[in-house]
Design a protein around this ligand. Structure first.
Ligand code: F6P
Length: 537
């Protein structure tokens, strides 16, 4: 487990100065404390990190054998030790790389073969060569949840300017409202349903898939022609009645939350076309190459991770905000929530011992500028420090609306500046005096207008949100999660913490149906069941 003592001493020394002091002392601070690859620039200079702190952080990488662990992942070793699996989502974007072996077998021929089948199918759906009972497909409904939903939803929104295929909808929640509201607007004879589930057992997905099949049959559609499946449980897709040629399989070494690069990305490929999807894969691959080659201090995923370790495990900030200034990245925070919190929300180390340092933080966020008018108040003036990760493109996709983009960019930069700079009591008093206040009222009002400042943030800036750039960003965050997991000494690739709730939901099924009593349950659960039964209508 990480030895944080040197960093904790440096953290207490850093309390003597502000981030602004660091800028005053070093003209080149922005350049020194940033990392770049391709066109992406990650600026973490608006944090308390200085040379000594960065050295101590990169020492953690050496102490944890990060280089070896990283290569073990890329080489297909079974680093997911609690499930006995390799972790090879990188193979899905290994377009020009060499062979990758798992258990002595090269996995690349299968990966590339499935990718080619996806391309053919996606283009046939887009061009109308594959169609439904009523004609070419106007709509695609992807049914999946968690990793079988969040990645493709996020990418479909993000790549809207490239969307020239059928409309794509996503149904994830077992709440019937989700599927009812989605299907209501669609023609059952011209809708393609993709059932995406790694295990093909997830209760939400299988319930929604059966509802969609009944809707299609009732509406004159043909599930035999209009269903496809994405799964690593090919026997189960057959039992569901989906023909093999419509099944896109992947191996168990692709974790759900890392799966958007493969068949789980099929709805994205249908939306934007196989060329744009290839560019997305190439973006991910470019980040892999950088991650494997760059020195720690120049390595973008490593530095993103180390900034995270500094804020969470050293300084103790319990949450971090992801703030994309891009409306099309509105689902990115939710995607990162699963990626980061399902991966690194663990309190047991790989060897079974208890973690003696904090696990990964709470990750949350919303696109700017909307968040500014909702929760930024707390980020600026609340009692807790929330490190912010801003993200923004230098240009938008709407050439006729460049003035919108200028405002967006200005707001993004203004927020990180405001967090760092703050406003002192003297400055606030001066403003109040200019407004004509005096005496006790001036003092009282001024205090409300003080911003403590010295609040950390980082900014990821890129030229434009293209498929290639999106691929780079997603792979950047995946590797950040990997690095944080290695430094914490945990397994980032299992998710046992979601099992108990699933088991209890299964046992509660017959109880909320009224078929069994709640007698074995705690008082609160029993009372809530009784209330629901009384009011179920
Ligand atoms: O409940 C958590 C989880 O197992 C996620 O890790 C996964 O992405 C999601 O459920 C969906 O699983 P599946 O793709 O097997 O339906």
């Amino acid at each position: 487990m990480m030895q944080l003592d040197p960093l904790i001493s440096l953290a207490s020394a850093s309390k003597e100065r502000t981030i602004l002091d660091l800028f005053a002392k070093d003209m080149n601070r922005a350049e020194t404390f940033s990392a770049s690859t391709g066109d992406l620039l990650f600026d973490y200079s608006k944090t308390q990190i200085d040379d000594k702190i960065r050295d101590a952080l990169t020492d953690l990488c050496e102490a944890a054998n990060l280089g070896e662990r990283r290569e073990a992942m890329f080489a297909g070793e079974k680093i997911n030790e609690t499930e006995g699996r390799a972790v090879l989502h990188t193979a899905l974007r290994n377009l020009d790389g060499g062979p990758i072996e798992v258990d002595g077998l090269d996995v690349m021929p299968d990966v590339l073969d499935t990718l080619q089948r996806m391309r053919v199918f996606a283009e046939e759906v887009r061009g109308g060569a594959v169609s439904g009972a009523g004609g070419s497909f106007t709509d695609v409904v992807n049914i999946g949840i968690g990793g079988s939903d969040l990645g493709p939803v996020m990418a479909t929104h993000a790549l809207a300017p490239y969307h020239d295929g059928p409309r794509v909808h996503y149904v994830s929640n077992v709440d019937g409202a989700h599927i009812a509201d989605t299907l209501r607007q669609l023609d059952p004879t011209r809708t393609l349903v993709i059932v995406a589930s790694k295990t093909f057992t997830t209760i939400e997905t299988m319930t929604n898939a059966r509802t969609a099949r009944a809707w299609m049959e009732d509406g004159g559609g043909d599930p035999g022609m209009q269903f496809a499946a994405v799964s690593s449980a090919v026997d189960k897709t057959k039992a569901f009645g989906i023909p093999d040629e419509r099944v896109f399989g992947f191996a168990d070494w692709v974790g759900g939350r890392y799966s958007v690069w493969g068949p789980v990305g099929l709805p994205v490929m249908i939306a934007v076309g196989s060329n744009a999807f290839d560019a997305f894969l190439r973006g991910g691959q470019a980040m892999d190459v950088h991650f494997r080659a760059a020195d720690w201090a120049e390595n973008m995923p490593v530095m993103l991770a180390l900034v995270g370790i500094w804020h969470r495990q050293v300084l103790g900030h319990a949450s971090r905000a992801v703030l994309p200034y891009d409306q099309r990245l509105l689902r990115l925070p939710a995607y990162f929530q699963q990626l980061e919190m399902e991966s690194n929300g663990k309190s047991v180390a790989m060897d079974g011992s208890s973690l003696t340092i904090a696990s990964g933080p709470v990750v949350w966020g919303e696109p700017g500028t909307n968040g500014q008018h909702a929760f930024y108040q707390l980020i600026h003036q609340g009692t807790d420090v929330i490190p912010c990760e801003f993200m923004v493109a230098a240009q938008g996709h709407e050439p006729e609306l460049t003035h919108h983009h200028r405002l967006l960019l200005a707001n993004c930069l203004a927020q990180s500046e405001a967090l760092m700079r703050g406003r002192s009591l003297d400055e606030a008093r001066q403003r109040m005096a200019e407004n004509g206040l005096t005496g006790a009222e001036l003092d009282r009002q001024a205090r409300h207008r003080v911003f403590p400042g010295n609040r950390p943030s980082s900014t990821l800036i890129f030229p434009k949100l293209t498929p290639f750039v999106l691929g780079q960003i997603v792979a950047l965050y995946e590797h950040r999660v990997f690095v944080e997991g290695v430094l914490l000494g945990i397994n980032s690739f299992d998710q046992w913490g979601v099992e108990l709730g699933k088991e209890l939901a299964t046992s509660l099924g017959p109880i909320v149906d009224g078929e069994e009593t709640a007698s074995g349950k705690d008082g609160s659960t029993a009372a809530l069941v009784a209330y629901a039964l009384r009011h179920r209508g």
